[in-house]
Design a protein around this ligand. Structure first.
Ligand SMILES: [Zn+2]
Length: 246
């Protein structure tokens, strides 16, 4: 039963995250107006707000103007639920479970804003960091200071990489958002695992960059979603990775 609850919670939160990630960059309120059709402004009724299922209930179209709805919504809601479920299956209800939930949430939020607008919202990073600190205080208060220090070190390392990259490539190599994001990831994973996660992120990003260059003909890709994905994978495989590097 708990598994079903956690999956549903993940998909409901994801549908809220998508409101946040599409409205805040346009300076719109996340409370009003209520969720509506982007084409005809019709307010959504209760069954059109159910994550994942609503898309199938309305058969992928707005019930008033019949405009096609993006399949990205139910897919992302399903992904959000699945990521939450993976955390529960791997960690049960524990310190790591909540860290996994924070990373899953960051992944959804940052993927939407970074792929769509090439930005990572400061407000998203600040709220995430507050949750990281709360989870630390609840479960591992003795690790709080060392985790914050790891975040600071990761921030400084990324800043240094950016300065060197900017000189080498003669253009902006890393965005400011990526650097601030590594503070949050550093305070979640600690120093050693954060460094491992950057390697994993870079590999995945490299494959995506090649795909993007050859098939989508786009030269620039956002790095933020890959940093969080690498961090999530590192957290899930933590024990295996620590066994390898110690
Ligand atoms: Zn409509």
């Amino acid at each position: 039963m708990l598994y079903i609850y956690v999956f549903i919670l993940g998909s409901i939160l994801t549908s809220f995250y998508m409101v946040v990630a599409t409205r805040i960059p346009n300076n719109e309120s996340i409370v009003t107006p209520r969720s509506h059709c982007d084409n005809c402004q019709k307010k959504l009724c209760w069954y059109e707000l159910i994550p994942i299922l609503s898309y199938f209930i309305v058969r992928g179209r707005c019930s008033k103007c019949k405009k096609k709805l993006s399949i990205a919504y139910p897919l992302l809601e399903f992904l959000g639920g699945t990521l939450f479920l993976i955390c529960l299956l791997k960690f049960k209800i524990s310190y790591e479970f909540f860290l996994g939930i924070i990373l899953s949430s960051l992944f959804i939020l940052i993927s939407v804003t970074d792929f769509k607008y090439f930005i990572i919202l400061d407000s998203v990073l600040i709220v995430s960091e507050i949750f990281v600190i709360l989870v630390n205080l609840l479960f591992k208060s003795n690790l709080l200071l060392i985790n914050l220090f790891s975040g600071l070190l990761m921030f400084l390392i990324m800043l240094l990489v950016k300065k060197i990259g900017d000189i080498l490539f003669k253009r902006e190599s890393l965005g400011g958002g990526d650097i601030k994001l590594m503070f949050v990831i550093g305070s979640i994973l600690g120093l050693r695992l954060s460094l491992v996660s950057i390697v994993i992120s870079s590999f995945i990003a490299l494959f995506y960059a090649l795909y993007s260059l050859y098939f989508l003909k786009k030269e620039e890709i956002p790095f933020g979603p890959f940093l969080v994905l690498g961090a999530f994978i590192t957290l899930i495989l933590k024990d295996n990775i620590l066994g390898l590097i110690i």
